[in-house]
Design a protein around this ligand. Sequence first.
Ligand SMILES: Nc1ncnc2c1ncn2[C@@H]1O[C@H](COP(=O)(O)OP(=O)(O)OP(=O)(O)O)[C@@H](O)[C@H]1O
Length: 334
Amino acid sequence: MSTARPQQPDTPAAASEQPSSAPAALGIQVEGVSKSYRRGQRVLSDVNLHIRAGETFGIIGPNGAGKTTLFGCMLGLLWPDSGTVRIAGLPPDHLEVRRLTGYLPERLTFDQGLTARQFLAFHHSLAERPAHERHQEVETHLTLVGLDKAMWDRDTRKFSRGMLQRLGLAQALVGQPRFLFLDEPTLGIDPEGVLHLRTLLRDIKSRGVTVIINSHDLAQLEKVCDRVAFFRAGRVEALEDLGSPSSSITRHVLQVRWAGTQTLAPEQLATVAKEVDATLLDTTEDSLRFSVEDDWGASRLLRALLQAGLPVASASREEGRLERFFQPNGGRNP
Ligand SMILES: Nc1ncnc2c1ncn2[C@@H]1O[C@H](COP(=O)(O)OP(=O)(O)OP(=O)(O)O)[C@@H](O)[C@H]1O
């Protein structure tokens, strides 16, 4: 995030409001948020979102869509021109919210020459965790993010990008947040680290933490998110529940190949597909692509194709359902 939040004399006074506990169950409420950096150039336009407590929520969209700016507004680092953000019912710059929030920024700075252990101990103290638990909790979190023990007492200026990313994640977690904001968490991480992160996110979710991920890594988002908001030109263009069978984006794409040279006419294929609630997407020289609701839908389609006389040789499901958001028709009505 490149812009600091300007001084807001009329924002709710963070230090003066001191509730004993904020109701994290309220989740995150973004209402009518608009933001410009320069006059006439709107980066966010009337954004409305409710991120439910305990869900893992993804934010995707093309470069410059306003995702990082929204993150800044949700974290109380940028101030919207209009609209409000509430985290657990409180403004994002409220001290209580800061205690509840962990943040992994896209670009981390580790220029103080601290070791990983010292860096994390510093953030443990910033998060006001009990001093007598510091040693143990620092080690627990270094282990949790899979940072090699041999690196714990090394100068972080000598760390690789992936090691810094793991340490950054430990920093976001060490305060035991109820809301975890991750900006491009897989950046620079090797495949083993990505798998580790996925397991870690599942574990964090099982503890009821609300996780918000801003990422271009569609495959990862698809695997860990409950819902995803697709951003374009500062607006939420689509909000998809990845677990819902009725979501158009969560329909599966099935690629079918046939034996021999003879296939059926496209009109006939489309009719057969329609009868079993599938849709013919396109045909190539040696394969057909269909949209089906789920695995049962795929099974019904294959049976119907065989019955219609297509010598089906293989069928496979395409990965990358979220990629269809980036297709010209937004993945809708395939
Ligand atoms: N500090 C700033 N000053 C002026 N314009 C800015 C500033 N920060 C971002 N912008 C502009 O706001 C728009 C949205 O930027 P933002 O970083 O929020 O998008 P993004 O969706 O996160 O992009 P990316 O995927 O590339 O990270 C862009 O046109 C960007 O140039």
